[in-house]
Design a protein around this ligand. Structure first.
Ligand SMILES: [Cu+2]
Length: 376
């Protein structure tokens, strides 16, 4: 706690300076680190200026680009699953394959040393499947939480229009669920491209009132067809994922352990506490079912813009000092402890979502290993 309070105090003069500069303070940090990434590209044998992909914010891409991304997602929701239907009867589509791999590994990829690298590879694998199996020509967009923190419901991501990722759920009478406040929706998503989406897997760890129907199987892999529900509001985003929260996270985390812990939330919702962290704030701003379910959250189509922003934030943090901040991880191998410390040589498996298995050390740079992309 003392360290976080101190970090908060150190951030104050920085924020005052940032406030005077034009533009977004997170983008300023991104721009400041870009030369370091460009220098790395110049030395790379696999990632060059020619094959470099650029990921952009949802609000900064054109209507046609948004529609192409949405169409590719709808396309992989139509492609058959590659998983065994006896073992995973609820996995109906290629999209569901990604949900299953996350469900399978939930306990060993959160609050662990591989959290950031695992989700980087996972988001990249999803982007690649959109490109290779559904002819998508674009890249994975991201959701800049700070840009829309005061009113996510009217953001171009969640405004319910045909160029959004669908909007809030229908407003229903409901209560808070654990740490998740009752938002402005709670019911089925009724507008936008994903209004007819059918969720099959889970729930496993739902955090929405009323609770979704139970899965026919205790492991959540059974078929449990239901609507997509959301419960969006600004209650968390306006407190925990503002631009200044992101800047604070990036500029006051001296090491990877601090960075990933503060990002994932350290509890302590008062002044100086880590609160929900930008990771939890993003997930529980979407909320609902499956968005608020720790295991099945990737089943909400907005998962990917959120995790792309997680990855962007990590990339910006790394780019401030690439030498010291690339080949470093911290943490164990199990969420509940009891495992050993994670190692850069630990392998990341994504089952049928990605054929290649990489050690973490090849997944820590956005311009090395399988990756060749930057954020703008
Ligand atoms: Cu996850």
């Amino acid at each position: 706690m003392a360290r976080l309070t101190l970090a908060g105090m150190l951030a104050v003069p920085w924020l005052l300076l940032a406030g005077l500069a034009s533009g977004d303070a997170v983008s300023d940090l991104q721009d400041a680190g870009r030369a370091n990434i460009d220098a790395q590209i110049a030395k790379s044998a696999t990632c060059t200026k020619e094959n470099l992909q650029v990921r952009r914010e949802w609000g900064d891409i054109s209507a046609d680009e948004k529609k192409a991304y949405i169409a590719a997602m709808l396309c992989i929701m139509e492609k058959p699953s590659k998983l065994d239907p006896v073992q995973f009867p609820g996995a109906k589509s290629r999209y569901d394959d990604f949900v299953v791999v996350h469900m399978n590994q939930t306990m060993t990829i959160h609050g662990t040393g591989n959290f950031l690298s695992w989700h980087r590879y996972y988001t990249w694998a999803f982007e690649r499947v959109l490109q290779t199996e559904c002819g998508y020509n674009g890249t994975q967009p991201y959701w800049d939480w700070g840009r829309w923190a005061q009113d996510p419901e009217t953001s171009p991501i969640f405004d319910g229009s045909e160029t959004s990722l669908s909007g809030n759920g229908e407003k229903i009478d409901h209560k808070a669920s654990g740490m998740v406040p009752a938002g402005n929706g709670g019911g089925c998503v009724l507008a936008g491209p994903f209004k007819d989406m059918v969720v099959h897997l889970g729930p496993v760890s739902p955090s929405i009132d009323p609770a979704p129907p139970r899965n026919p199987r205790t492991d959540g892999y059974g078929d449990n067809p239901r609507c997509l529900r959301r419960d969006i509001s600004n209650q968390l985003s306006s407190k925990f994922s503002r631009t200044e929260d992101i800047v604070n996270l990036i500029s006051t985390s001296p090491d990877i352990g601090t960075f990933q812990t503060v990002m994932q939330g350290t509890g302590g919702f008062g002044v100086g506490g880590g609160g929900m962290g930008v990771h939890g704030a993003g997930h529980f701003t979407i909320a609902g079912d499956p968005g608020g379910d720790f295991y099945t959250s990737p089943n909400d189509p907005a998962f990917w813009v959120h995790h792309s922003m997680i990855d962007r934030t990590w990339t910006i943090w790394q780019s401030q000092d690439l030498e010291a901040r690339t080949q470093v991880i911290d943490g164990g191998t199990s969420m509940f402890g009891g495992g050993r410390m994670a190692s850069l040589d630990d392998l990341v498996f994504l089952g049928v979502s990605a054929e290649e298995v990489y050690p973490i050390k090849e997944l820590v740079s956005v311009v090395d290993g399988p990756f060749c992309y930057v954020y703008e």
